[in-house]
Design a protein around this ligand. Structure first.
Ligand code: NI
Length: 168
């Protein structure tokens, strides 16, 4: 296993549309292992393949927060089947360091995907897991949580980012 380099905003790979995985083979399982190790090392609660420079539809999630623990969830070609309700939570992203902001999303989500054995599974998620699933699937479509902020909050992000860039 290896810890991979996490790409950060404004790297163009974060804007790429990840391609579906045709076959869940050894290479994909190796990518999943490395992504999981990278996520735990960061530490983070989710990571999409775009963030390590691979435009493949693969995400890993492990929520260990406030007593909620999912264990490692690795999904290939995840698809959102259903969205329900509304929730607003503070989000951050390993690719957008040092910035956190409230984001509105669906409160419940049903996702279909392949697991690392290549089997089709469906996940019904609520609350934090639902939010992280939506956040990671956004990554696969070249979307970042900062794209979902209202104009005022996005302006705050841009100002912070410019200040940080100047400081080097
Ligand atoms: Ni992210």
């Amino acid at each position: 296993m290896a810890i991979l380099k996490i790409k950060t905003y404004p790297d163009s790979v974060l804007r790429g549309h990840a391609r579906p995985v045709d076959e869940v083979n050894r290479d994909i399982r190796k990518l999943i292992d490395n992504m999981a190790e990278t996520m735990y090392d960061a530490p983070g609660i989710g990571l999409a393949a775009n963030q390590v420079g691979e435009l493949k539809r693969v995400i890993v999630i492990d929520i260990q927060k406030e007593g909620e623990s999912t264990g490692l969830i690795a999904l290939i070609n995840p698809e959102i089947l259903e969205l329900r309700g509304n929730i607003s939570t503070e989000e951050g992203c390993l690719s957008v360091p040092d910035f956190y902001s409230e984001v509105k999303r669906a409160e419940e989500v049903r996702v279909r995907a392949l697991n690392p054995d290549g089997k089709e599974i469906e996940i019904d998620a609520k609350g934090l897991l639902a939010v992280v699933l939506q956040h990671e699937i956004d990554h696969l479509n070249g979307k970042l949580f900062i794209d979902r902020l209202n104009p005022i909050k996005r302006e705050i992000f841009k100002r912070n980012w410019k200040k940080k860039k100047k400081k080097g």
